[in-house]
Each structure stands twice: as structure tokens, then as C-alpha cells.
Ligand binder design. Structure first.
Ligand code: FUL
Length: 487
């Protein structure tokens, strides 16, 4: 062997552990798809309900409302979208058709649609209006088209499925790329059904042929996330309160109903939905949906939640690795009520004021362990969640220390794992150096996409320490934040 070849060989033998240490940690468990990662960036979005049901002052239209009642006096999709944007919402899902069956776009699939209403002499297309307003204002756009249709004469028969699929096809082809296709599990019951006025039940394990129906979504909207109580991309959190469980995993395994081998919407393993399933088969994070008011539709006697209530919901949804989907209900004018606009704006202000000042950015930061320079603890405070601190493969416990030249005051802690390669951390605690000794100020199990922890009273300190005490694989963390909640 030539001397130069030998030297090269020796170099690689000596350096290989170092080179290996610089390689990224292997993925752990189920990992998010590209579309799911994009969804994780959105965090907060809205769900708009506005159909003849609004004009009937109901929550579930029976399917018999005269299309003539749909006649908003000052409909303005942009007013709604701008109010949402002021609230920090980054996407809008429009209920293009609710259970009452009235289509907000001029569909070819049923006469029961916007063209029968007096609004703009039947020439309107509200899906287009919302799409345009959302895109113009930099919000993502999504669609919810209810499978249950209380107007359609064919509902309950085999003919209806192709109608529903054709509706989805129209919505998937005419309104640009959607960030989410939202599907709900409400299945059958009483309704107008073309005048039959009866109760119709369906077998939800087979009726909607989800495999092929969602096949359409995949084909026509390849980057849309499919939401339902069983995912496959985003799972319902199992309540309409807007909260995930304190310990909440991004992974889930939907269970098939007894006697079946595939899971179906409407029959999820709901007790596990709020917390997810540790080491679940699929990356399937939760969406927490909750109306801004009491109902999903506008009712004059209801009031919006207060900005403080909304902030609390934000902590219990986005701050638990999920997303917050806030129901927005335009009134019969076709705009959001002034109270809603005000509540959203005040909530948005709390969010921006609170999270624009990450006090951790002023810290000197160190770690007990790290996986070489490429994964240094400094990356935890670089404001870029695509870079991350990581430990070597055999290091499953480690601490991060932050020290400040001047004492800081905070009451919110934010932690983010680098979820692109899986959710790892299973236990951690945080201490602050107060009155000359370390005091535990928070502890938990899951972190995931984002964990927001609010401590009971503001903490004044020069030193903070985060200890990860349990992880099945090399630890990764992309950002640490310390904030003081704004009023
Ligand atoms: C539920 C529906 O039954 C409600 O009316 C509402 O649309 C909500 C967002 O989803 O399943």
C-alpha cells in the first residue's frame, strides 16, 4: 500500500467517530410528512360557518331552508379574513357545505346552492370570495364539505357517494392549493332529504368509501392535509373545547371498530385523542377546534370569548404540540360582528406583544452534552427552528443552562423539539436559580412541535436550567423561549 493511501486510511479510522458524531441523529418513530410539517408552522387558523343556517339562527340546518333566506346585506370576505389575520390566524377553512346541504359555490351537483339565492342575483361564489380574500391577505385556504347532507334526496343511497365525491372534485379543482381538507364524522340522522323528511342511517364503516374518496384528495390536492377524527394527517383532538391534554404526543394509531380491519371517521378511539399515543404508528398531530362564540353559527345572544380566554386556549392547544382552529361565525350581514373583531384583535396583540421578545436570546447558553459543533446549544436561541441542538446517540439525559448578566423576569417557557426526525423527549424539568438555590419551576413529559408552559407567578432570575431526564434516543431540541406575557 502506498504511504499516501495508508495515511488516508489512518485519517478515516481516527476521524470516523468524530465524523459520525456530526451526522444527524437517526429518525425516531413516526415522522411528519412535508405537508404535516408545513401545517405545524400554521398553528392557528379559523373555520368559517356561514350558510342559510345563519339566517335561521340554528346550529344544524334541517336541509329545508328556502335558499331565498340567504341574502347577506353586506357580505365581505375580506373583513372576515382581515379580522382573523389581526387575531394571528394564518389560515381560513371555509365550510363550503354544512350538514344542511347548501353549497356556497355554484356547483353542478345539486340545485341547492348559492345560485338559487337572491344574493348577487345568484351569481356569487363564496368559496371563490373567501379564497381570494385569504390569498390576498397571505392566509392559507382550506375547505370543509360535510359528507352528511340533510337536503339531498339521495342521501343514504348509493347514488349520493358520487355526488359527494363530485363536490369534492369541484372544490379541489377550482380554488387553488388547499392546506387542509377537513372532514367531520357526523353521519346521518333525520333531515329533509328532498322532502322525505325522515331519519336515514348509514353504515359509516363503508358508506363514504373513504379510501377512494380520500384518494381524490391525494390526487387533486397532493399537499393538503386530511383532517378527521382518525386523521390520516391531522387527528381531531376529541373535544370541541379547544384543548389537548397536558401530555400530548404527535403520534397516533387509529383503532378499527370491532370486527373491522380499518379505522373509519366517526368511530375513533376518542379516549386517546386528546393525548395521542406514545410511539403511535403514524405522525398524526391533533387539531383543537372550538368556536370563538358558543356556537359554530352566529347567534345574536352569544358573545365571543375574551382575549384572555383565547390566550389560555392557545397555550392548551398550540402550546401542547397541536393547532388551534377557531370557529368564526359571520352574522346575517355577512361580516364578523364588531365584538368578534375586537376580541380577535386584542388576542392577536397579546400574541405579538408576548412572543416578540424572547428573553432567552440574551443568555449565555451551555449544555452538558452535544453532538459536535453542528448541534451546539447556541442553536437553541438562534430564532431558527430548523437548526437544533442534539446529543450523541448514547446520551439520553442532558441539561441546558442559560445565564444572564442581568436578571430577567418571565412567566412563559417555550420549548420546541426538532420534530422532522420524530418526537423523542419523554420527561424534563426546568429550574430557576432563586434565593441562592435551584428551584424547580416546571416539569412535564411531552414537548413535540411546541410546548408552552405558563408558571403561576413571574420568575425573576439570572439562571435557568432545563434537564431532559428521559428520551429513547438522542435528544433534539430546536428552540427555547422565555417570555413575559403581555396584558
Ligand atoms: C361538527 C359539526 O357537527 C358542527 O356543526 C361543526 O361544523 C363542527 C366544526 O363540526 O362535527
Amino acid at each position: 500500500m502506498k504511504a499516501s493511501t495508508l495515511n488516508l486510511l489512518l485519517f478515516f479510522i481516527i476521524c470516523s467517530p468524530i465524523l459520525k458524531a456530526q451526522a444527524p441523529p437517526a429518525a425516531y418513530g413516526a415522522v411528519p410528512s412535508k405537508s404535516q410539517l408545513a401545517w405545524h408552522n400554521i398553528e392557528l387558523y379559523g373555520l368559517v360557518h356561514f350558510t342559510p343556517t345563519t339566517f335561521e339562527n340554528k346550529e344544524w340546518g334541517y336541509g329545508d331552508a328556502d335558499p331565498k333566506i340567504f341574502n347577506p346585506t353586506s357580505f365581505d370576505a375580506e373583513q372576515i379574513v382581515k379580522a382573523a389575520k389581526a387575531g394571528g390566524l394564518k389560515g381560513i377553512i371555509l365550510v363550503a357545505k354544512h350538514h344542511d346541504g347548501f353549497a356556497l359555490w355554484p356547483t353542478q351537483t345539486t340545485n341547492y346552492n348559492i345560485s338559487q339565492s337572491p344574493y348577487q342575483n345568484g351569481k356569487a361564489d363564496l368559496v371563490k370570495d373567501f379564497e381570494n380574500a385569504a390569498r390576498k391577505n397571505g392566509l392559507q385556504f382550506g375547505i370543509y364539505c360535510s359528507p352528511w347532507d340533510r337536503n339531498n334526496a339521495y342521501y343514504g343511497t348509493s347514488k349520493y357517494l358520487s355526488i359527494y365525491q363530485a363536490q369534492l372534485k369541484e372544490l379541489y379543482t377550482h380554488y387553488g392549493p388547499l392546506f387542509i381538507s377537513w372532514h367531520d364524522g357526523a353521519n346521518g340522522g333525520d333531515g329533509y332529504y328532498g322532502g322525505a323528511k325522515e331519519k336515514r342511517t348509514i353504515d359509516n364503516t363503508t358508506y363514504y368509501d373513504w379510501e377512494n374518496t380520500w384518494g381524490l384528495t391525494r390526487r387533486l390536492q397532493p399537499t393538503a392535509n386530511i383532517f378527521s377524527d382518525i386523521g390520516p394527517d391531522i387527528r381531531w383532538v376529541g373535544n370541541e373545547k379547544g384543548t389537548a391534554a397536558e401530555t400530548s404526543w404527535g403520534t397516533f394509531t387509529p383503532m378499527p371498530p370491532e370486527g373491522k380491519n380499518v379505522a373509519v371517521p366517526g368511530q375513533a378511539n376518542y379516549p386517546q385523542s386528546p393525548m395521542g399515543i406514545r410511539n403511535g404508528k403514524f405522525w398524526m398531530p391533533a387539531e383543537c377546534d372550538v368556536p370563538l362564540r358558543k356556537g359554530w353559527f352566529y347567534h345574536p345572544n352569544e358573545k365571543p370569548k375574551t382575549p384572555e380566554q383565547l390566550f389560555d386556549l392557545y397555550l392548551k392547544s398550540v402550546g401542547r404540540g397541536a393547532a388551534l382552529d377557531l370557529g368564526l361565525a359571520p352574522d346575517t350581514r355577512g361580516i364578523l360582528h364588531e365584538d368578534d373583531v375586537e376580541a380577535l384583535a386584542a388576542f392577536g396583540l397579546i400574541l405579538t406583544k408576548t412572543f416578540s421578545n424572547n428573553l432567552a436570546h440574551g443568555a449565555a447558553i451551555s449544555a452538558t452534552h452535544f453532538r459536535g459543533k453542528k448541534y451546539s446549544p447556541q442553536l437553541l436561541i438562534d430564532g431558527d427552528k430548523n437548526t437544533y441542538w442534539a446529543t450523541n446517540d448514547n446520551v439520553k439525559q442532558a441539561s441546558i443552562s442559560l445565564s444572564f448578566s442581568q436578571a430577567i423576569t418571565f412567566d412563559l417557557i417555550s420549548l420546541q423539539e426538532f420534530i422532522a426526525i420524530g418526537q423523542r423527549i419523554e420527561a424534563y424539568h426546568i429550574e430557576a436559580f432563586i434565593d441562592n438555590h435551584w428551584q424547580k419551576i416546571a416539569e412535564g413529559e411531552s414537548i413535540g412541535a411546541k410546548k408552552l408552559i405558563r408558571v403561576a407567578a413571574p420568575i425573576h432570575t439570572k439562571k435557568v436550567r432545563l434537564s431532559i431526564t428521559k428520551s429513547p434516543a438522542a435528544i433534539t431540541l430546536s428552540e427555547i423561549g422565555l417570555y413575559l406575557k403581555a396584558d
